[in-house]
Ligand binder design. Structure first.
Ligand code: GDP
Ligand code: MG
Length: 307
């Protein structure tokens, strides 16, 4: 990172502030929705299902006065298999790097049991921490005060700030607060760069989102997407070949569906969004294959890009 700064052709700006801001919390509280709303674009996939996010996803917000690198993380849960272990580790690692941590709650569903590990971890961290109470569009405003009081007693938050990540309530105030707490620092990334992840990653995520939205029960959790080929071909069309790996033959059958109906819908939905994302027509060649028990196998997880 220092190298980028040193060799950077970007102008030096006095009083420029910059830093890493990690968003952490229980599954489904709205972390990815917040990242997207703050960035004004969809970077992280969002579904009503918990455990949608599996990786660290960055969003880089740059103005003339500051550069914030937001880090969206998987929800912290009690891990039952290796992928989940990895997810929790990813979330905690993101707090170690952070200048500021946004600990996020769902005002409609406060799970104090699940959050214990997070609060212990936060208390061991040196970073400053805000509490964000999300989904306030769904609750009576009067219920917020007792919640705020309860959390004041639990942890020494620098700020406690209610928001609706979905509707945008409280977000410009949130950015103002974040900037107040950011240290002075360099421009780490060119101003037009919006993430550390590459196009391939986002394309795989778009496909995975469609699987999450279109399938039920264990299928979303047994699915992982690998981009096998990504290239410009004739007439400016981008050719993308991707494989959706599932864990068992029976899941493969369900994912493909009767006469291929299910996989076809997933492919169509994904192609449309990928075209919008990369700004180019796409030929999407989607395949389904079995990698037995990949989610509980270190080597397979590595091959699928989770390490
Ligand atoms: P994550 O698991 O913490 O990343 O949560 P997501 O961002 O994936 O959101 C989980 C669900 O909560 C999705 O269905 C979102 O649309 C919904 N959601 C997130 N933020 C809000 C909010 O402020 N208000 C409402 N009503 N729903 C929200
Ligand atoms: Mg998420």
């Amino acid at each position: 990172m220092n190298d980028i700064t040193k060799n950077s052709i970007l102008p030096e700006v006095d009083n420029f502030k910059s830093g890493y801001v990690s968003i952490i919390g229980n599954p489904n509280v709205g972390k990815s929705t917040l990242l997207n709303s703050l960035m004004g674009m969809k970077l992280a996939i969002v579904t009503p299902k918990p455990q949608t996010t599996r990786n660290r996803i960055t969003g880089i917000l740059t103005t003339d006065n500051y550069q914030i690198i937001f880090i969206d993380t998987p929800g912290v849960l009690e891990p039952k298999y290796k992928l989940q272990e990895r997810m929790v580790k990813t979330a905690f690692l993101a707090t170690d790097d952070a200048d500021l941590i946004l600990y996020m709650l769902d005002a409609t569903n406060v799970d104090t049991e699940l959050e214990k590990r997070i609060l212990v971890h936060l208390s061991e961290s040196n970073a400053k921490t805000f509490l964000l109470i999300n989904k306030i569009d769904l609750v009576d405003k009067r219920s917020l005060l007792p919640l705020i009081d309860m959390y004041k007693d639990k942890f020494d938050f620098e700020e406690i700030h209610p928001i609706s990540a979905l509707q945008g309530d409280g977000l410009s105030e949130l950015i103002g607060l974040i900037v107040q707490y950011l240290p002075q620092g360099p421009i780490y990334y060119p101003p037009d760069q919006v993430s550390e992840s590459n196009e391939r990653f986002f394309v795989a995520e778009i496909i995975r989102e469609k699987v999450f939205l279109r399938t039920k029960q264990e299928i979303p959790y047994a699915s992982s997407v690998l981009i096998e080929q990504f290239k410009e071909r004739d007439k400016g069309k981008t050719y993308i070949q991707a494989t959706i790996f599932v864990e068992r033959d029976s899941q493969k059958g369900i994912l493909i569906g009767k006469r291929g109906r299910s996989i076809k819908t997933i492919g169509q939905d994904a192609r449309r969004e990928i075209e919008e994302f990369i700004g180019n027509p796409v030929y999407l060649d989607l395949r389904v294959a079995v990698k037995e028990n990949w989610s509980d196998n270190e080597r397979e997880l590595k091959e699928l890009g989770y390490f």
